[in-house]
Design a protein around this ligand. Structure first.
Ligand code: RB5
Length: 147
């Protein structure tokens, strides 16, 4: 699968985000990296929401967001209607949030995972399809909670 993906982070994860951007671009993804690029402290909710809006609007197929733990930026992204974002520190979870939950965003913690594992997690997320079937009505139930 290829397409357009949006990346962002807070100040804790700039180097890891840039490594992921290069990795995804090398695989043929069109990467929209919306920063930040300077190391000053910057609030993760702002960045998570900005990326989530790109996904929710359909401008980007997937979003990858990073902060220190991956948790805060995941919480912020999930406040945007239409977004299903999971914070993962293993490849199994990254694959399953696509297969069972039709996640459209992945959150990573730069203080949790090293670069090698992070790239594997990204690969697992981007490669896995949504299984549909019995999982489809459950995802619809998640969407109904947004109303
Ligand atoms: C920033 O220090 C840190 O709180 C942030 O990166 C993130 O881990 C929050 O969830």
């Amino acid at each position: 699968m290829t397409g357009r993906i949006v990346l962002t982070s807070d100040h804790t994860a700039i180097a890891l985000r840039q490594a992921i951007a290069a990795h995804a671009a090398a695989q043929g993804w069109e990467v929209v990296d919306i920063g930040p690029t300077t190391p000053e402290s910057t609030p993760y909710p702002e960045h998570g929401a900005a990326a989530a809006r790109r996904v929710a609007s359909g401008d980007c197929r997937f979003g990858i967001v990073l902060c220190g733990t991956g948790q805060g930026i995941m919480m912020a992204a999930n406040k945007v209607k239409g977004v299903r974002c999971g914070a993962c520190s293993d490849t199994f979870s990254a694959r399953m949030i696509r297969r069972h939950n039709d996640a459209n965003m992945l959150a990573l913690g730069a203080r949790v995972v090293g670069e090698g594992l992070a790239l594997d997690i990204v690969d697992a997320f981007l490669a896995a399809p949504f299984d549909g079937g019995r999982h489809a009505p459950r995802v619809e139930m998640i969407k109904a909670l947004e109303a």
